[in-house]
Design a protein around this ligand. Structure first.
Ligand code: UDP
Length: 312
């Protein structure tokens, strides 16, 4: 197969790239390294089946590229720490950049398109767990709105292309994901806590730590995305991917302290505006349609992630 992965030098994208190269498929990556990292693809850098294009999808002309069997579009900054700083980049890649890729997809008669959407489309949810049918509770002009509304717009655009051009596009709503090749310093809670713990620095809890997240190990997440790309007859489907094992942030901090044997104290800092109080995927649709569910338990995934950060 020929596979295009935008954002392929990012955290989740780089796992997909390595998977498809291992299976001897030919992979093209487009990444502008705004939040992705060249080092994430270092181990496959010389693979003859890999072509990496450093470009911004907002203005890159894709017309010289061939038809693809599978396109994964993961190009977007995704950490809350940059939702304000990179707000225009986020808006543009999820609108102009996405439309650029979709127009190429239609023109090149490529076959299957998988878009990385997000649990952020549910905002600060009023129901939990969140099924795909929930329309969300998003603050349209708040500090997280670049990402939330960027991805909601993207879902709307893709849905219009499906209706008008008949393309086979699928939308994955990705919930919190962690594991090797996470960016050490992009501000997410698991990477922050692990790096704070192994450096004997205080673990920073925002708010009272009672807000929840449900964290999926990256190998499980990659498996879910691959199923979304390769399962037949999924045109137009929107599917939650995540691990429904819901935990309070403080519980995860304490578990990381225990697993690292760290003596770091836990300190409390102000919480950001619109920080969702609960987040937990309803994955019954993924189980039913993809026969997929995460296998790796939080404690096991954290151990692997701790080892990764210790060896960096
Ligand atoms: N958080 C925290 N300390 C940190 C980083 C994050 O307490 O050092 C909290 C954050 O306020 C949020 C949760 O952890 O409630 C998850 O934050 P993250 O940035 O990882 O992603 P989000 O799920 O908000 O997209």
């Amino acid at each position: 197969m020929k596979v295009l992965i935008t954002g392929g030098a990012g955290f989740i994208g780089s796992h997909l790239v390595k998977h498809y190269l291992k299976k001897n498929h030919s992979v093209v990556v487009i990444d502008n390294y705004i939040t992705g990292d060249k080092n994430n693809l270092k181990e496959v850098g010389t693979d003859k089946n890999l072509q990496v294009i450093e470009a911004d999808l907002i203005n890159y002309d894709l017309s010289s590229l061939p038809q693809f069997d599978l396109v994964y579009d993961l190009a977007s900054p995704a950490s809350p720490a940059v939702f304000e700083k990179l707000s225009f980049e986020i808006f543009k890649v999820n609108s102009i950049g996405l439309i650029n890729v979709l127009d190429f997809f239609v023109r090149s008669k490529s076959k299957t398109f998988v878009f990385a959407s997000t649990s952020e489309v549910y905002g600060d949810p009023q129901i939990s767990p969140q099924p795909e049918t929930y329309f969300g509770n998003v603050h349209t002009s708040g500090p997280r709105s670049s990402y939330d509304e960027g991805k909601r717009f993207a879902e709307a655009v893709i849905s219009a292309y499906i209706r008008k051009s008949g393309i086979d596009a699928r939308i994955a709503r990705i919930f919190n994901t962690y594991g090797p090749f996470m960016n050490k310093s992009d501000g997410r809670f698991i990477s922050n806590f692990i790096n704070q713990a192994i450096n004997n620095e205080p673990l920073t809890i925002y708010g009272d730590g009672k807000q929840t997240r449900s964290s999926c190990y990256v190998a499980d997440m990659a498996g879910g995305l691959i199923s979304m790309g390769e399962t037949k007859n999924l045109k137009g489907q929107i599917i939650n991917l995540g691990n429904p094992d819901e935990k309070k942030i403080i519980e995860v901090a304490q578990l990381i302290k225990k697993l690292t044997g760290s003596k770091s104290e836990i300190v409390y800092k102000p919480i950001g505006e619109d920080d969702p109080k609960r987040r937990c995927p309803d994955i019954s649709k993924a189980k039913r349609i993809l026969q997929w569910q995460p296998k790796i338990k939080l404690e096991d995934g954290l151990k692997l992630t701790i080892d990764y950060f210790k060896n960096l």
